[in-house]
Each structure stands twice: as C-alpha cells, then as structure tokens.
Design a protein around this ligand. Structure first.
Ligand code: KG4
Ligand code: ZN
Length: 352
C-alpha cells in the first residue's frame, strides 16, 4: 500500500490529489482543483502567461486542501507524481517545481508522468469491480480531449505498462485539430463561450443531426488517423450562408446537432474499425470529450464490447489521474530519487 500525491498543472487546471494504491484498487482520498476557465474565458482560449501566474497562486492551497480532505500529513506521503509533459511549459514548471520541493524535502521519490498516460490511468481510479482483468484485454483506449485525439491499443494491464507504453500502443491520432478543439473552434464561430464543447452538446439536444451534411474526413479504411480541421472551414461557410439568409438563429439547434454528429461519427468510425481490426475486448474513453452525451449514447447503442468511462470527476484534467499513473510506475521502481530528481524538467512537446 502506498500514498501518492499527484500534481497536474499542464494547462488551465491546477489540481492536486492524494491517492492510495493497493493491489486491489486505486482509491482517491482527496482531490482539490482550481479551474481557470472563468479567467481565460474573456480571451476565448487559454493565455499561457496568465495560466502560469495563476498556478503559482493556487498550487499551495490545492496541496493543502487535498491533504486536508485525505487527513494525511506531508510525512505520510510515500511518493510525489507530477505531470512534466506535454503542456504549456510555464504552467508545467509550477507543478514540477512544487513536486520537486516536496519530494526533496521529505526524502521521497518523484515520478514524472506524461499527461496522456495520466488520462488513460484515470480509467482505473475508484473502480468498484477491482483492477482490470486479463479477459478485458486487448483494450482500445480513445483519448479525446481539448489537446489530443489518439487511439491506443492496450495489450497489458496498467501494472505492466512499459516505459515506452504510450509510444508502442499508439495506433491512430489526429493529423490536425483534436476533437475537443473542433468542438471549441466551431462553438467560437457560433459565438458560444470558451470552452464550447459543452455548449454544442447542450444546444444540439432535440436537433436533427442530419440537417447539414458535413463530410467525414479520412474515410479510407487504411488509416486510423483523424482530421478535424476541414470541419471548421465547412461550418464557417455554412454560418456565413445562414447569416446572409437571416436563418442562423432558426437553424442553430440543427446546426449544432450536425456539427456534433460529424465529430462524434468521425471518432466512432475509427474506434469501430480499430476494435474490429485488433479484436479488442473492451473500450476505454478518456479526456474531456468523454463527457459528450451523443458519444455516450452512440457507444451505448452500437459498441460491440463493454465501454469503460472514468468517473466524470476524472474526465477533465485532474491530479488523481497523475497520481494513478505515478503509482503504477512507482510500483515498478521507476521513480527518481534525491539528486536526479532535482534535474527533472518540464517539456512542452508531445514526444513520448
Ligand atoms: O481533457 P480536457 O479537460 O483538457 C485537455 O487536456 O485538453 O478536455 C477539454 C475539452 C474541451 O475541448 C471541451 O470543449 C471538451 O473537452 N468537452 C466537451 C464536453 N465537455 C468538455 N466536448 C463535447 N461535449 C462535451 N459535453
Ligand atoms: Zn488533459
């Protein structure tokens, strides 16, 4: 049994969590998150410099709050896990510096975590039915967030992930915008506040998803890659046409339903293809877009294998998923100790 402090500051959420890892489960004992969404909203997107300055102000209160909820003192922590890549480098540095200070002062190991490995590990937090079974493998994991859209083929349980797991398991990715970005950019064209995914989801309810025929990019079966940038152009042209006709307001619900259908259907086409091609026995969906109601309905109706979603608290960026990924690495002895931990750096790039 070990107690892991997880720290996430890669973008606009400052989040800290205390997770207890045992062979049976990953239990979240405390989770404190400060979301900067309201701060960035007037700018229509995340402003990196504002994000890092705000993390500086909120990181210590979040650490204190997570420990308070868990009723755990600093000296009881067994290891610190922190997102050190990829993300906004100034924002990442705040979390990395805090994690280094705590680990070094307490003489504890430090585990650097790739943000996407954290998202995938979020599937295994607080699972009432225990750890993943071999009979669930191979599992297809779709990472669908504001920054990434990727398919990973998971052949081993997370306890057995190798150092190169993320790179080895990658079977498809977006060649341009991420699915969440496609929601956010088209929502912005329609005048919705940032982040727009949830607004499109809400407005689309009751709309006709076939009212506007947006093409699905990369339809060929040879690739499991995605492309969403063309949709933005198509939507922008449609908005101009409807505005010129004075019809935009009347058709807004149908337009949102059609945009949502184009994004979700594009995801589903490749997910289904990957499940068939690799004989996957389960599907995991992680990241902010996992909250989308149309995606959930489509998977419930059409997916041939059981679908796992993280609890909604763990879909958007959070410290618990970082602690979870860190716990698996710690158990394999892959943590930094003493002087090497001081050399840990933040990396903006998405390289694994
Ligand atoms: O995983 P996340 O919190 O942050 C990143 O690591 O990117 O994902 C945020 C993304 C945003 O693009 C947001 O618009 C999208 O998730 N999102 C949704 C919904 N809720 C959040 N997209 C579609 N439907 C939703 N209900
Ligand atoms: Zn994320």
């Amino acid at each position: 049994m070990s107690l892991i402090l997880g720290i996430e500051t890669s973008c606009d959420e400052c989040s800290v969590s205390l997770v207890r890892h045992s062979p049976e489960r990953l239990q979240v004992l405390g989770l404190a998150t400060f979301s900067q969404i309201d701060i960035h909203r007037p700018f229509g997107g995340v402003v990196p410099e504002i994000a890092s300055r705000n993390h500086l102000e909120t990181i210590n209160p979040m650490i204190e709050e997570a420990l308070r909820q868990a009723a755990v003192g600093y000296t009881e922590i067994d290891a610190v896990a922190v997102t050190n890549r990829p993300g906004l480098v100034g924002a990442l540095l705040v979390g990395v510096s805090a994690a280094k200070a705590i680990a070094y002062t307490l003489h504890k190991p430090l585990v650097p975590v790739h943000h996407l490995e954290g998202h995938i590990a979020s599937l295994f937090l607080d699972r009432p039915d225990g750890p993943l079974k071999d009979s669930d493998l191979p599992m297809l994991v779709a990472v669908v967030s504001g920054g990434h859209t990727q398919l990973h083929l998971m052949n081993e349980r997370p306890e057995d992930w190798r150092e190169t797991f993320l790179r080895d398991s990658l079977i498809g990715r977006s060649r341009d915008d991420a699915a969440g970005e496609a929601f956010d950019k088209t929502a912005k064209l329609l005048g919705f506040p940032y982040p727009g995914g949830v607004w499109i989801d809400r407005t689309a309810r009751g709309g006709n998803p076939a009212a506007f025929a947006f093409t699905r990019a990369l339809p060929q079966k040879a690739t499991l890659d995605f492309s969403f940038s063309g949709l933005k152009t198509a939507v922008s042209l449609e908005i101009k046409r409807l505005t010129a006709q004075g019809e935009l307001e009347n058709r807004l619900v149908d337009l949102c339903a059609s945009i949502q259908e184009a994004i979700i259907d594009s995801l589903w086409i490749k997910i289904r293809l990957a499940i068939e091609r690799f004989g996957c026995r389960s599907l995991g969906i992680v990241g902010g877009v996992a909250a989308n109601s149309r995606l959930r309905a489509k998977l419930a109706a059409e997916c041939p294998v059981p679908v796992l979603f993280p609890d909604s608290r763990y879909c958007t960026d959070n410290g618990a998923m970082i602690a979870a990924a860190g716990a698996y690495r710690l158990a394999q002895g892959r943590a930094l100790q003493r002087n090497p931990l001081l050399a840990l750096n933040a990396m903006a790039s998405t390289e694994y």
